[in-house]
Design a protein. Structure first.
Length: 219
């Protein structure tokens, strides 16, 4: 509202950028995704889709994120209908039509009064200018939902650990590691030659093994 009062032409530029962006996204995805319309493209530009992982929101999905994750098979393309998006909007076609009719009627009255030589105040001239600019904005944002408060969750599909960061490569299984802290070189048999003992797991002090008796050394 503040931008419209101070610099309405910038709002028109903003609305035009969103309008042409929505047209581009609509033409790009309407063939591959049934039911994808301009309202969906506007909803995507608004940040209406949020990526969820494990039931928790991660971030707002932009157009590039939605395309990349969908092509990678990490998410399913949103299947929300145009009616469901319109149900979340605080404005419908009837309210927009009434506003445009009132603005057009006011502009027509001012033009008729000027044509008949009647007085038109400066406030009315400014109001006519704002009403004309509002009509352009309404045209550019005709299919855009109004004042949507809740986004649509897009769940991340179950996959290997790592989530969005990507798949984690599995490390090759290394040699077997003996975790016993008590072992001596005399106890290693032919079968254990391929067994690797982790040096960090051995005690810092030397191990004294009494081999003078006939009893087998402790293991």
């Amino acid at each position: 509202m503040g931008y419209i009062l101070l610099a309405p032409e910038f709002v028109i530029m903003w609305a035009a950028r969103q309008h042409f962006g929505a047209c581009y996204l609509t033409k790009k995805h309407e063939k591959n995704h049934t039911g994808w319309m301009q309202a969906h493209a506007f909803f995507l530009i608004m940040g209406g889709f949020t990526l969820h992982e494990g039931g928790k929101p991660v971030r707002v999905l932009e157009a590039k994120d939605l395309e990349e994750l969908s092509e990678a098979g990490k998410i399913k393309w949103p299947t929300i209908t145009k009616e469901e998006i319109a149900d979340r909007s605080k404005g419908d076609y009837l309210s927009k039509t009434i506003v445009l009719f009132q603005a057009t009627w006011f502009v027509g009255q001012c033009i008729a009064r000027g044509a008949y030589g009647l007085t038109v105040t400066e406030l009315e001239v400014v109001t006519v200018a704002f009403a004309s600019l509002t009509g352009v904005i309404y045209y550019l944002w005709w299919d855009k939902p109004l004042d949507v408060r809740c986004s649509i969750p897009v769940d991340l599909l179950d996959g290997p650990p790592g989530g969005i960061a990507g798949d984690i490569e599995k490390e090759e299984t290394g040699p077997e590691i003996i975790l016993s802290p008590k072992i001596s070189t005399e106890e290693i048999t032919e079968r254990d030659k391929n067994v690797v003992v982790s040096p960090n797991l051995l005690p810092a002090t030397a191990i004294q093994v009494d081999t003078s008796t006939s009893d087998p050394p402790p293991t």
